[in-house]
Design a protein around this ligand. Structure first.
Ligand code: HDE
Length: 698
């Protein structure tokens, strides 16, 4: 039994007897509630009525103002990337790129630039869950000294389509189907795979999205990519092509599909909570910032077109130079004001950074500004605190419009003007040397609606990706396609995808067909036959992330009479390695340990399934374990931990629960009598070798 503590003192100080409630009042002008226009309120509990039991009066402007504000509290959610969470932090340059760019943010080594970074899913609405199979958005707003730089990327370095004109079709196809309004946040349905089958250019991105990268373990464990090719422009106006990369210190890590599905129910806010809590506890997520740089000649020598966003530049061909880092160290104060109102624009670039002719990027240059107008409702959205340039002033002759918050002085709202000559305010002027300049790209050719021939190869890079994966990842990828196509109801859609997959890799197509239990149709005819490229191990996740407990969560399941010394040993060892440790008990009040001391619980068993943790220790008493044998949540706790390839530490008294859950011995199932360290070693990673014994993969 939990010892009863006195409840914390109530903040409520006075009672005014309005129906028995109590509430705080104040006479201090600095503390008092007011209307939006500053009129102090005497009563925030009761509307104005004709008699205590009478109808409410229209006269009640206080009620009307409050309700009306509430009625308008929502703004349109983002059309894509609606669900997201964000944090503040800083970017620090560690190596100068002055040879390539004049952007101060990339040349001033050691300087810190404030950032606001928003992570998101793509397909679901703002209220959807955090763990669907989906691409993750990785949008960074850097408040540089020369204006905001928004690097609006994803956790996958390529995209589904080559030309922005297909974006509305792609998004319509993946979002909920138009007539039925479902499925929410899921690509496993007819219209998405219909689009995929008909648009072979999606194939490479499909490989990535169906790989484990589509189901990340944490937002702190995703890579980020600028995706589109950009240019850097130096003092001499010489241009260099550039690809931008973010690499998480914790390594890119994923969940298992079955786990991701269960997390969606157990904690729809899994990623959001993880990010918020980590930052709150001072465990700041960090990424390396890297660039791939290419001259025009180097780009021309590649066997693919760097303007095609469905292509990846393998690190083995053009190495990533790590030149900086980003640390997120502060949670937003207010979700709406900051995360929701943040407006990212790929057009936000300081002088020295420029776009390329990538037709996807070219479309993005229009779309984001346009979206912000519809979401935020005014051309003045750049004045919202989260969007305002912080590293430098912003000034021009743009005036007026909805929600103008600046009060300009003087008559000069046009440029050029000579009012300064008369002693009046003249206003800002151009800076031909320091201002933004566009790369002088030579133009040629006729005005056409055409896809470049250099964009025609849709399969070589998909093949490169698949063949670069470890066998474990290949099996996950094939199984994900089987899962998704099994949700498709139209035979011809499945067949078309199977026909295309053969151009990627015959073995992959065969495995998917076998997983579906369907014959393999004839291969489709590609516009250009796929080439074999040198596999790129850098494209894997498995084997790349560091074996560590940092950023990982460990649960210790306890019952009444559990051995406190074992609990303490596991807690100490895991905490020392950087894990966040939670005590899970049948009741939230905690348990009384064998030695009579009370152990408070962080979570109640039914609400804290093992899917929420990376490794679990079962420290049960004999009686406690016997009791849990009839508790489905406890059996699932052990069964899922095993099925999701997690390390399981156990005490001898906990063995019956392991037996009931079908947990069989392997190197990841550790008797805690061998010491907590023996459990920590396998807890640093997943037990991939266990997988063939627990699930059938394609
Ligand atoms: Fe976006 N995208 N996008 N996108 N995108 C939006 O802008 C668009 C693309 C990305 O956290 C929208 O403010 C077009 C690639 C992120 O607020 C919209 C095309 C990449 C975010 C839009 C693309 C992205 C968005 C919706 C094809 C990776 C969330 C809300 C040409 C490099 C930013 C908004 C945030 C958001 C348009 C393709 C990343 C509709 C037309 C490629 C991370 O304007």
């Amino acid at each position: 039994m939990a010892t009863s503590k006195a409840p914390p003192p109530s903040p409520i100080q006075t009672s005014v007897g309005n129906g028995g409630e109590t509430h705080q009042t104040t006479a201090n002008p600095a503390e008092r509630l007011t209307t939006n226009h500053g009129v102090p309120l005497s009563d925030n509990q009761n509307s104005l009525k004709a008699g205590a039991r009478g109808a409410t009066l229209l006269e009640d402007f206080i009620l009307r103002e409050k309700i009306q504000h509430f009625d308008h509290e929502r703004i349109p959610e983002r059309i894509v990337h609606a669900r997201g969470s964000a944090a503040h932090g800083y970017f620090e340059l560690t190596e100068s790129l002055a040879q390539y760019t004049r952007a101060k943010v990339l040349t001033e080594v050691g300087a810190r630039t404030e950032v606001f970074t928003r992570f998101s899913t793509v397909a679901g609405g703002a209220g959807s869950v955090d763990t669907p199979r989906d691409v993750r958005g990785f949008a960074v707003k850097l408040y540089t000294k020369e204006g905001n730089w928004d690097l609006v990327g994803n956790n996958i370095p390529v995209f589904f389509i080559q030309d922005a004109i297909k974006f509305p079709d792609l998004v319509h196809a993946v979002k909920m189907e138009a007539d039925r309004g479902y499925p929410q946040a899921a690509s496993a349905h007819d219209t998405f795979w219909d689009f995929v089958g008909l648009m072979p250019e999606t194939t490479h991105m499909i490989m990535w999205a169906m790989s484990d990268r589509g189901i990340p373990r944490s937002l702190r464990m995703i890579e980020g990519f600028g995706v589109n090719t950009f240019r850097l422009l130096n003092d001499k106006d010489e241009a260099t092509f550039v690809k931008f990369h973010w690499r998480p210190k914790l390594g890119a890590q994923s969940t298992c599909w079955d786990e991701a599905v269960k997390i969606a129910g157990a904690d729809p806010d899994y990623h959001r909570r993880d990010l918020f809590e980590a930052i709150d506890e001072g465990d700041f997520p960090e990424w390396e910032f890297g660039v791939q740089l290419l001259s025009q000649a180097e780009a021309d020598a590649l066997p693919f077109d760097i303007l095609d966003a469905t292509k990846v530049i393998p690190e083995e061909l053009v190495p990533i130079r790590v030149v900086g880092r980003m640390v997120l160290d502060r949670n937003p104060d207010n979700f709406f004001a900051e995360t929701e109102q943040a407006a990212f624009l790929p057009t936000n670039m300081p002088p020295g950074i420029d776009v390329s002719e990538d037709p996807l990027l070219q479309g993005r240059l229009f779309s984001y500004q346009d979206t912000q107008l519809s979401r935020l409702g005014t051309v003045n959205f750049h004045q919202l605190p989260i969007n305002q340039a912080k590293g430098c002033p912003f000034m021009n002759m743009q005036r007026d419009g909805h929600m103008q918050t600046q009060v300009f002085k003087g008559r000069a709202n046009y440029e050029p003007n000579s009012l300064a000559e008369a002693g009046e305010i003249g206003g800002p002027r151009e800076d031909p040397k320091g201002g933004f300049r566009t790369t002088a790209v030579p133009l040629e050719g006729a005005k056409v609606r055409l896809r470049a021939e250099t964009f025609a190869d849709h399969y070589s890079h998909a093949r490169l990706f698949f063949r670069s994966q470890t066998p474990i990842e290949q099996a996950h990828l094939a199984s994900a396609i089987v899962f998704e196509l099994s949700k498709v109801t139209l035979d011809h859609v499945r067949e078309r995808v199977l026909a295309n997959l053969q151009n990627v890799d015959a073995e992959l197509a065969n495995r998917v067909a076998a997983g579906l239990g369907l014959p393999l149709p004839k291969a489709s005819k590609p516009a250009v036959a796929a080439q074999d490229m040198e596999p790129s191990p850098a494209l894997r996740i498995v084997g790349k992330y560091p074996p560590t407990l940092k950023g990982r969560a460990v649960a210790i399941l306890v019952t009444e009479g559990a051995d406190g010394a074992v609990v303490e040993a596991v807690r100490k060892a895991a905490t020392a390695e950087g894990a966040s440790v939670k005590i899970i008990a049948p009741k939230i009040g905690g348990v009384q340990l064998k030695d009579g001391t009370q152990l408070p619980a962080d979570g109640q068993l039914a609400g804290s399934p093992s899917v929420l943790f990376d490794a679990v220790a079962l420290v049960l008493s004999e009686a406690g374990c016997a009791d849990l044998l009839n508790e489905g949540a406890a059996v699932d706790f052990a069964k899922d931990a095993f099925g999701h390839l997690k390390a399981i530490g156990y005490t001898a008294q906990s063995q019956p629960l392991l037996d009931k859950a079908g947990v069989v011995p392997d190197p990841g199932v550790v008797d805690l009598a061998n010491g907590a360290e023996a459990f920590i070693a396998p807890a640093r990673t997943r037990q991939w070798e266990r997988e063939p014994g627990v699930r059938k993969l394609a």
